[in-house]
Design a protein around this ligand. Structure first.
Ligand code: B12
Length: 211
């Protein structure tokens, strides 16, 4: 089936239609990650564009999040079984002030599919909570998700705390989210940035010296 149909239904906030198209794609044997990456995510990005051009407002933005999450929930059980979780341990969440969880949840799923142990610690997470969780789980990588220009400085804060505590070398810190970039990652002293979940896996494998 044409996965654009799913994107369109998500973008038009037609929940029932989107869900039945996702089910149809699953029934037809379309690769589940492909349904997410080429169907659901582009639809949500379309919602974001409409919000930007003021064709949609906050209510629609929220609806877009709900429609996509419902679609992802339908796909989730069909994703391949997770690996042996030996690639490394990652603590992942959205920084303080940020409530966007769809992007980092996708990163978590992809990392798990590639053998990482992932501790998802939610949204609006204070800097010290990332650090405490990383210590508690002996994490290798701390992943910070930030979707707003106003929350990116909170990624900085985690890195600053790690430096102040003299433990920056113990963890690799990576960042991601719509408004982040490689330049911003370098500027704040992060160990890496990735534009999407697939690249995030490559990044983490690289940081763990896995091919
Ligand atoms: C859905 C959505 C919402 C939903 C979130 C629902 C949810 N449960 O997540 C709700 C309605 C809650 C919301 C609220 C707001 N939002 Co909003 N939202 C979006 C939207 C449309 C989609 C975001 C999304 O989930 N995309 C889907 C994911 C899969 O896409 P993705 O970015 O490609 O994800 C990949 C990467 O980001 C990367 N990644 C993500 N995290 C990480 C972490 C690491 C470590 C790594 C390596 C990679 C990585 O991997 C992901 C998977 O491939 C975006 C538009 C956009 N273009 O992003 C606006 C957007 C991010 N929101 C925006 C705004 C302004 C807001 C609000 C301030 C609106 C308001 N006036 O209240 C609030 C702020 C709430 C808060 N405090 O966080 C703006 C931000 C603009 C800016 N310059 O800061 C955007 C860009 C819309 C716009 N064009 O104006 N939003």
């Amino acid at each position: 089936m044409d996965l654009n149909q799913i994107s369109q239904a998500v973008e038009e906030l037609e929940k029932d239609k989107a869900l039945s198209l996702v089910q149809q794609a699953l029934d037809e044997g379309v690769d589940p990650p492909e349904i997410i990456n080429s169907g659901i995510v582009p639809g949500l990005q379309g919602v974001g564009k409409k919000f930007e051009t003021e064709e949609y407002f906050l209510a629609e933005l929220m609806m877009g999040g709900k429609v996509s999450q419902a679609c992802m929930d339908l796909v989730e059980p069909h994703l391949p079984a997770t690996g042996s979780a030996s690639a490394g341990t990652v603590v992942l969440g959205a920084v303080e002030g940020d409530l966007h969880d769809i992007g980092y949840s996708l990163v978590a799923t992809q990392l798990e599919l590639n053998g990482f142990k992932v501790h998802k610690i939610g949204v609006n997470v204070p800097a010290m909570t990332f650090i405490d969780k990383a210590k508690e789980t002996s994490a290798d990588i701390i992943g910070l998700s930030a979707f707003l220009v106003t929350t990116i400085p909170n990624c900085n804060e985690v890195i600053d705390y790690l430096r102040d505590m003299g433990i920056k070398d113990k963890y690799k810190v990576i960042i991601g989210g719509t408004e982040t970039s490689q330049e911003k990652a370098v500027a704040m002293g992060a160990d890496g940035w990735a534009p999407n979940a697939v690249e995030a896996v490559k990044l983490c494998k690289g940081l763990m010296d896995i091919n």
